[in-house]
Design a protein around this ligand. Structure first.
Ligand SMILES: *Cc1c(COP(=O)(O)O)cnc(C)c1O
Length: 393
């Protein structure tokens, strides 16, 4: 026992020496466009709170009254005694939101993805996955024990070749992509991928974590953005980003949802979301419908901030969404950049290897609907000043 985990100290020291050790900053109050982290009030460009719902008064009230009325916890997993009326209501609402036949809530977007991929495929099957897909897809693919083939980022033709190469009678194939890629903010070429999936008879699945509430009419997501309703078999969404709370969901045909009730391991073996969470998620959908100007402000802010960064001479990569990276390439320069920005009053995380490839280190900015023009102008002024100081522009 004594000392049996000492090897972890060595590994941590190694991470430390390479500047790759992660030390989360601590939020000392509610999240928001400006927030207090580690004793400093900063402009917050680090959250996924796209629509500013995480601390919306209506959301907070919905969470409080659900807790008061129905308790803090559910007491069981969904399949035993933990399904409440409100879980079912939320699922109906999400099926509508996604124009799907049915939907199922999971405890997180991570478990929704991993649990679904693992439940739908087995070891005879094949998964064809974008190189930059989220970790939860990769874990689900591994759990399924299916063969995993990775296509070059956004390269539908490469995906097509891999599907052709791996096709065998009776073998199922899954083509899977993120809708919006979380580190670069670019959008998947979904029309091309759907066309390939249809031609090859593959199942088409999209992880819309960063697109739900952000892209498409009323924030319905990437499928809506491209007008591809009815042509994507499985849509994954998270309740943790634009929706502002916690959880994940799958939207698709009824048979898929029923299958996941029977075989989705995180659904079967982990306790259901508490009333406060579910009630706030339902309220989020109402607010999105009642306050469409939130989505407009998100995109206005996105355009203004991206243009501002480009005018300052920064490399914002391939971004097309509120996620805008500022690529500095060098790992150490990125860490210094993020630290100096924070000291000057802007919080943007440094994203380095292994989250992105070596040589593609960046600070990642995400604007929200709640940022004012003053917030963004001030952030740009600080970016300009710190970038000049460090010779990054
Ligand atoms: C954040 C994210 C997830 C996980 O969602 P959570 O609800 O936070 O677990 C899954 N996929 C992608 C692409 C994400 O960005």
């Amino acid at each position: 026992m004594a000392g049996s985990l000492d090897f972890l100290k060595e590994r941590l020291a190694e991470l430390e020496s390479q500047g790759l050790a992660i030390r989360p900053r601590t939020l000392e109050g509610p999240t928001g466009a400006r927030a207090r982290f580690d004793g400093r009030d900063v402009i917050n460009l680090a959250s996924n709170n796209y629509l500013g719902l995480a601390n919306h008064p209506r959301m907070n009230a919905a969470a409080s009254s659900a807790a008061a009325e129905l308790g803090a916890g559910t007491g069981a997993v969904r399949t035993i005694a933990g399904t409440m009326t409100m879980h079912e209501e939320l699922e109906r609402r999400f099926a509508e939101f996604k124009h799907a036949e049915d939907a199922l809530m999971f405890q997180s977007g991570f478990t929704a993805n991993a649990g679904t991929v693992a439940a739908v495929l087995d070891k005879e099957d094949v998964i064809v996955s974008d190189r930059l897909n989220h970790a939860s897809i990769i874990d689900g693919a591994r759990l399924s024990r299916a063969e995993i083939k990775v296509f070059d980022h956004k390269d539908a033709q490469h995906a097509d070749e891999l599907l052709a190469e791996t096709a065998r009678p009776g073998r199922r194939q899954l083509l899977i992509t993120d809708g919006v890629f979380s580190m670069d903010g670019d959008i998947a070429p979904l029309p091309d991928l759907v066309e390939v999936a249809e031609r090859r008879g593959a199942i088409m699945m999209i992880d819309d974590a960063h697109a739900s509430g952000v892209l498409g009419k009323g924030g319905a997501g990437t499928v809506d953005h491209f007008g591809l309703h009815g042509r994507v078999d499985i849509q994954v969404g998270t309740l943790s980003k634009a929706i502002g709370v916690l959880g994940g969901f799958i939207a698709g045909p009824r048979a898929l949802i029923e299958w996941l009730v029977n075989r989705g391991r995180p659904f079967l073996f982990s306790t259901s979301a508490p009333p406060a969470v579910v009630a706030a998620c339902i309220e989020a959908l109402d607010i999105i419908a009642d306050e469409p100007d939130r989505l407009e402000r998100l995109w206005d802010n996105t355009r203004a901030f991206k243009d501002g960064l480009r005018e300052l001479g920064f490399d914002t990569g391939a971004s097309e969404t509120p996620i805008t990276p500022v690529v500095t390439e060098d790992e150490e320069a990125t860490q210094t950049f993020a630290r100096r920005l924070f000291e000057e009053g802007v919080f943007t995380p440094a994203i380095v290897y292994p989250t992105v490839a070596k040589g593609l280190a960046r600070v990642r900015t995400i604007v929200t609907a709640e940022h004012t023009h003053e917030d963004l102008d001030e952030a740009l002024e600080i970016f300009g000043r710190v970038g000049r100081e460090l010779g990054l522009r």
